[in-house]
Design a protein around this ligand. Structure first.
Ligand code: TUI
Length: 311
């Protein structure tokens, strides 16, 4: 299962854990890195001092490479960049924006920069600026999403750029991993399944909602605000969709969304909060350790490929 991406990042298996805001803390990231994948702390809207603490914890829990996901809609993005540079975080993944202006300083201290790109155009632009790899994330993913599906996006980005491509969105087992590698990806990023990892410190109500979800239980809210977000259906998503359909102004809708992910992920209010999860939630049936998830995915992907030899 080793690919060039493993050499680039210094990891054993080409599996990255999504850097999910309020969910992917140092505990989860370190467990994934210790199991041979790449654990990623989600900075989200976190103040920089809090992120510095998480990074210190991750360094205490693992000697292996790990990453931080920088959320470009955060009001603290500049301070977050200063924080990850000061801490010399080995891998910086980015989401919800263009990290172009920060690439030279991050790479100067040896960090690998891996942006999420929802389109071929952005993948090409950032590759010209020297990013080390790109994450092609389809709209099956949970949270803030683009427009294209993983199946359509990954091979088009693979053909357009000359850096390793990591597939994300809709991948939670070895079959999905084998499919992504078949499309030309050199690795996968997995979010929803790692939310249900034993080491994930998210509120148990959030985990349980994913563990009981079925195939059609997610919905995309906020398309009219320009920031579409995939969540599990609940009281809040229904209310939000109604207000969106009634034409409530963009600013009011956005104000309504503030603090909702934290409410669900940390306080466990899964009816009035945003339970961000991908379409693959219906496949995630039990809590397992990060090491068990990685081992099962790799074994299953290997089985898919050995079965294919006879085709
Ligand atoms: O970032 C994500 N997913 C996220 S971030 C998040 S935190 C949040 N909290 C409260 C409300 C909403 C979100 C939850 N989920 N995925 C990566 C991703 N990046 N998806 C799409 C993009 C993206 C979109 C546009 C990346 C770049 C981009 O470029 C725009 C530009 O500036 O060119």
């Amino acid at each position: 299962m080793r690919t060039q991406l493993c050499e680039l990042l210094g990891i054993e298996y080409p599996i990255l854990q999504g850097g999910m805001a309020w969910i992917a803390t140092a505990e989860l990231a370190a467990a994934v890195s210790n199991a041979g994948g790449l654990g990623i702390i989600g900075a989200g809207n976190m103040p920089p001092e809090l992120l510095a603490e998480e990074i210190n914890k991750a360094k205490a829990y693992t000697d292996r490479p790990f990453g931080v996901n920088v959320y470009y809609l955060s009001p603290y993005v500049e301070e977050i960049i200063e924080t990850v540079i000061k801490a010399r975080v080995p891998v910086i993944a980015t989401g919800a924006g263009n990290p172009g202006k920060h690439i030279p300083r991050l790479q100067a201290i040896g960090s690998k920069v891996i942006p999420v790109v929802p389109s071929v155009a952005l993948a090409k632009r950032l590759t010209r600026l020297g990013v080390d790899a790109v994450i092609a994330e389809g709209m099956e993913a949970g949270g803030h999403i683009g427009e294209l599906t993983t199946m359509a996006l990954v091979p088009q980005i693979v053909d357009a750029v000359d850096v390793p491509v990591i597939a994300a969105g809709g991948i939670a087992d070895g079959r999905g991993m084998a499919a992504a590698l078949s499309l030309g990806a050199q690795g996968v990023q997995v979010g929803t399944r790692f939310v249900c990892a034993r080491e994930c410190t998210v509120h148990p109500n959030f985990k349980n909602m994913i563990l009981h979800a079925r195939d059609r239980d997610t919905v995309v809210t906020g398309a009219s605000t320009g920031h579409p977000v995939r969540v599990l259906k609940n009281h809040f998503s229904r209310k939000f969709k109604q207000l969106e359909a009634s034409g409530l102004p963009k600013e009011e809708l956005e104000a309504l969304g503030i603090g909702r992910l934290r409410k669900a992920a940390r306080e466990g209010d899964v009816e009035n909060g945003s339970v961000m999860a991908g379409q693959i939630a219906g496949l995630v049936k039990k809590e397992m350790s990060a090491a068990e998830i990685i081992k099962e995915m790799v074994t299953e992907a290997q089985r898919v490929f050995s079965g294919m030899k006879g085709v």
